[in-house]
Design a protein around this ligand. Sequence first.
Ligand code: GCO
Length: 447
Amino acid sequence: MNTLTFPKNFIWGVATSSYQIEGAWNEDGRGVSIWDTFSHTPGKVVNNENADVAADHYHRWKEDIALMSELGVKAYRFSTAWPRIVPDGTGKVNKKGLDFYDRIVDELLKRKIEPYVCLFHWDLPQVLQDKGGWPNREITNHFAEYTRVVAGRLGDRVTTWFTHNEPWVTAFVGYFLGEHAPGKKDIGAAVKALHHILLSHGLASDVIRSEVKHPVKIGITLNLNPVHPATDSKKDREAAERVDMFMNRIVLDPLLKGTSPIQESAIAKILTGKIIQAGDLEKIRQLDILGVNYYSRAVMKHDSKFPVVNVAQVQPEGNEYSGMWEIYPEGMYGILKQVWSYQPTCELMVTENGVPVPDGVDFDGRVRDERRIRYLRNHIAQVHRAIEDGIPVKGYFHWSMMDNFEWNLGYGQRFGLVYVDWKTQKRIVKDSGRWFAKVIQANGLEE
Ligand code: GCO
């Protein structure tokens, strides 16, 4: 057996997001989010499920933090719900909403779990979407205003901040593919949304530094996928390069190089006109931490059936698959290496990694999720491989702490280290949770 030991002070964490676990969608002054509107619209979410109750974390937060403590988790990445704190997106602040996150931060610190606060994980106030949403540049100022409210209340105790979760998904799945809220299908709007989300990251970073007197680390988390050509043909290699630009470089270049493929692409220019204004790219390019959310790779081929982009995704034979994608542990090393090729000066962390498998409770009340343990072992080993190669990854956050609402796929895709019985809200620590606790305790694993 090969023992993989991680660097001293390596951060082992878990991640969740407000809309996916909290519930209490219309309680204590919370405003309507675009995900409430979307999930209440028939046909948008599998089985027309919604997160009105979800994992009822809004009422069970203390029990859930106790479970994190039981697993020995060192850090907890969670998101604050903009509509719970500023119900109309701008203007009046809802004190009860802020109080909720205040209690969470205090409980985490009491249990020596470091709070990693993510300011935006897709639950945009509906009022702001009614004003155009992320394609409307004005929203960047509203995000800065919301950031000031949250940093003003939590900043004395929170030292690590993420401004956004997966800007690419917010923009392209929400405003182009239409599979996520607000369900729009407009490529020009999506490109504008992405640029404004990145710009709001820069504005929010300035606000946090002005509000918080002690040293802070500010970052952003990105969904990144290594893109591989289906064959070694020139056409497939070029197809993979186009997708890498559209999915990875479109966020990495602005944040790590201060340039943008949107500027280089004639198509984007036609679609969006002059969305990048003087000073925008300088404002965007500020990062203390880059959070990598890795799940799987993308295998692409040239396919003229799809006009303009001329690409199609291929699902290769031979590897294990999960409920949503191919299981490809080597891609964890590959994407960390790709990010490192930018020679970033910021810290790197894996801020999401996990697998949706259909867990069930056995007769003795246990959840024997061997597939998730295998996934965890193989992906954590690839993080170790990257560190051995000189890539200074500082932490690993598992997605997710508990089963939760998987967006337009509803509750059928279970990601948790902790099982949630949706009828009773009972929590059961899965075998993978116990396994992960041992990894944290040993600061490593037996490969
Ligand atoms: C994401 C989001 C999470 C998802 C998870 C599984 O990365 O898409 O951050 O909210 O639930 O990744 O898809």
